[in-house]
Every structure is written in structure tokens, then in C-alpha cells.
Design a protein around this ligand. Structure first.
Ligand code: IYR
Length: 224
């Protein structure tokens, strides 16, 4: 055993199995209502709501607990406009040239195109960056482990927390999105992971009529 300090696991809670089932039933029902939304209202959302959701994201497990992520919360009109312009330029290239016919066919049910008005309408854009390595104040580099997996886990918790709070999100991945480093002044040790659009849905928001795979299709059990 190492000599690092430990403390008792006092916050763990066990529930009777019946209660476990009921809690999970409710949790599943709640997360199953989550939909990616592409039509946002400009209604404001208090900043402390976003801060608490980010604290929840920051509880994610990470490689060697190095927490290799950084979140930039954008609410200013000027920066949102710059991001929209840069994202739409990339998306135009994507839809008109870069995307394969197969990729465009896969996107068909989502009805997406290169027009991204929500990048200016929604009250918040949260740019998620993964830190390829850490940087100490003296300039030395700290190796990060599993930054992609860790940042993915943190982002999943963030999306779930915002949904739990009654907000809509869209995971947006303009590709390439290196422009986010430049617009947001992030160092080259950080790679843009995704752009999360956050706010209330527009009053008349519609979503694609698509569904989720049943459990049997994405799970197998090995009991032997
Ligand atoms: N980035 C583009 C295309 C796109 C790609 C995937 I994979 C999606 O699930 C949805 C869209 C866009 O945002 O339109």
C-alpha cells in the first residue's frame, strides 16, 4: 500500500433492492426524456445553474484523477457571433465537399445543414476542451492519461446535469474546430472536444422522430 492519506468512505449510500429499483426506474424515465435540441429560445438562464452543472461534470472519474478538461462558458453576443461564423464556414465545407455520401445519408434523418442559428440564439455555448497534457506554473508538462475518455465522461455528466435541471442541450461538433482555441484563447495543450449549446428549447421546437436501440441490441450478458 502507498503512504498517501486515505479517509473512510462515509458518503456511500446503500438502498434496499426495492428502493434501488424504484430510484433507477425514475432515473431512467428522466434521462430517457432527453433529446438533442436544435431550436433554442433566447430566454436567459442564471449563471449559477451553469456553474453547479459544471461542478457536477467535474466529479467525473478521470485517468490518475488528473481531471484533464477545461470548460469555457460563452454568453457574450460578440464571441457567440464569431463562433457561429467560424463553425458555419467549416460546416459549409463539410456539407458541400468533405462529407461522404454515406455520412450525409446517415445525417439525413436529423435534418441538419450548415446553418447554425442556435449558436447565437442560445444563452450559453460551453466549449469543452481536453487537455492533452497539464502545464505546471513553472512551465513543466504533466502527462495526462485517458484524456479523451475522461473528458467524455465529464461531458456526459454535464449533459445529464443540465437535463436534470430542465435545460436543453445540443452536442455540436463542427469539424475541424481548432478555431475554438483561437477565438477563446486556449493553449495548444488543449484540444476542442465539443461545443455544448445550452438553453431552453424554442416554444415550437421540433425534434427528429428517431428512437433508441432496445437493451438486447446493445448489451450482452455472460453468466458462465
Ligand atoms: N457537424 C455537422 C454534421 C453532423 C455530424 C454528426 I456525426 C451529427 O450527429 C450531426 C451533425 C453539423 O453539426 O451539422
Amino acid at each position: 500500500m502507498s503512504d498517501y492519506p486515505t479517509k473512510p468512505l462515509k458518503d456511500f449510500r446503500e438502498y434496499p433492492v426495492g428502493e434501488m429499483r424504484e430510484r433507477l426506474r425514475q432515473f431512467y424515465a428522466e434521462v430517457n426524456r432527453r433529446r438533442s435540441v436544435r431550436e433554442f429560445s433566447d430566454r436567459p438562464v442564471p449563471r449559477d445553474i451553469i456553474e453547479t452543472a459544471l461542478k457536477a461534470a467535474g466529479t467525473a472519474p478521470s485517468g490518475a484523477n488528473l481531471q484533464p478538461w477545461h470548460f469555457v462558458v460563452v454568453s457574450g453576443a460578440e464571441t457567440k457571433k464569431k463562433i457561429r461564423k467560424a463553425a458555419e464556414d467549416e460546416e459549409k465545407e463539410f456539407y458541400e465537399h468533405r462529407a461522404s455520401a454515406e455520412w450525409l445519408a446517415a445525417l439525413e434523418p436529423l435534418g441538419t445543414d450548415s446553418n447554425k442559428p442556435f449558436l447565437e440564439t442560445a444563452p450559453y455555448l460551453i466549449a469543452v476542451f481536453l487537455q492533452k497534457y497539464g502545464e505546471l506554473p513553472d512551465g513543466r508538462k504533466v502527462k495526462h492519461y485517458y484524456p479523451v475518455e475522461s473528458t467524455g465522461l465529464a461531458t456526459g455528466i454535464l449533459i445529464t446535469a443540465l437535463h436534470h435541471a430542465g435545460l436543453a442541450t445540443l452536442t455540436h461538433t463542427p469539424s475541424p474546430m481548432k478555431f475554438l482555441n483561437q477565438i477563446l484563447g486556449r493553449p495548444k495543450s488543449e484540444r476542442p472536444f465539443l461545443l455544448l449549446v445550452v438553453g431552453y428549447p424554442a416554444d415550437d421546437a421540433r425534434v427528429p422522430d428517431i428512437g433508441r436501440k432496445p437493451l438486447q441490441e446493445f448489451t450482452s450478458f455472460v453468466d458462465s
